[in-house]
Design a protein around this ligand. Structure first.
Ligand code: IPE
Ligand code: IPE
Ligand code: MG
Length: 243
């Protein structure tokens, strides 16, 4: 008998992943840490496909933090090499399946070739709207908030917006994620239970799931387990649940 396909009962607009545990996955196999990043890239595309199939509209993936520059240069170089290959390998699939590529973070510090491939991907997919893949690169949430405040102040000085019109809806327009729906669910792999400077503003009412699975082992089965857990949660947004 064919296994029943999992379907989401409650729709999810936006799911965010802190992919973590690539290094430990590799270490456990006596491989260099970068082997974990290479394997991890395979899970990125697979998890995007699964989310898309389930009707999720946006995937945000934390791939490189502002703090990750403190890692050995060789690891950083290889990680960006693999990310470049990732976009080269899947750009045609993104275009044909309506995936818009978007970046949160300042990519101008990335290796030039990686920047070029990503910018090409953004340009080629800018009008697509079935799905958004938002990759966070050289991203730090505190930096994003400070940048937003500065841009906001400049707009006030230039009379583009009135101070009285700054509120939680208009402030959102200064964040990288301005065009995206609220994050419904955050999943962090690898067992760490922290945000590591990720989307501090955007996660205000998201559900959090921390799983011990290392990212390179985080396949469809593990994702569906998290989605089931999400569906069992009662999101109250400050209200009370009817008796
Ligand atoms: C996540 O895996 C990838 C990045 C942060 C770039 P890690 O490289 O952090 O793997 P661990 O946490 O050391 O196992
Ligand atoms: C967070 O993972 C950053 C990304 C996933 C890109 P880290 O592995 O860098 O976080 P810490 O150092 O464990 O907090
Ligand atoms: Mg880590």
């Amino acid at each position: 008998m064919k296994k029943e396909e999992f379907k989401l009962i409650k729709p999810i607009n936006h799911i965010a992943f802190i992919m973590d545990g690539n290094g430990r996955w590799a270490k456990k196999r006596l491989l260099p840490r970068t082997a974990g990043h290479k394997e991890g890239c395979k899970r990125i595309i697979e998890n995007i496909r699964t989310c898309k199939r389930l009707g999720i509209k946006v995937v945000t993936l934390y791939a490189f933090s502002t703090e990750n520059w403190n890692r050995p240069q060789k690891e950083i170089d290889l990680l960006f090499e693999y990310l470049k290959d990732f976009f080269n390998d899947y750009i045609d699939e993104f275009i044909s399946s309506g995936v818009r590529i978007m970046v949160s973070g300042d990519i101008t510090r990335l290796p030039l070739q990686t920047q070029e491939v990503i910018n090409k991907g953004i340009e080629l997919t800018k009008d697509l709207n079935s799905f958004v893949f938002n990759i966070c690169l050289n991203y730090g949430s505190r930096q994003e908030i400070v940048r937003a405040v500065k841009n906001c102040i400049n707009d006030i000085k230039d009379n583009k917006i009135d101070l009285d019109n700054i509120n939680i809806d208009t402030f959102k327009n200064y964040l990288y994620t301005k065009d995206l729906p609220e994050i419904d669910l955050l999943i962090r792999t690898s067992g760490e239970e922290r945000l590591s400077n990720f989307m501090l503003y955007q996660l205000a009412y998201s559900e959090f799931i921390f799983t011990k699975t290392y990212w390179p082992d985080f396949k469809e089965k593990e994702l569906i387990e998290c989605l089931k857990e999400f569906e069992s949660r009662d999101r109250r947004f400050g209200k009370i649940t009817e008796e």
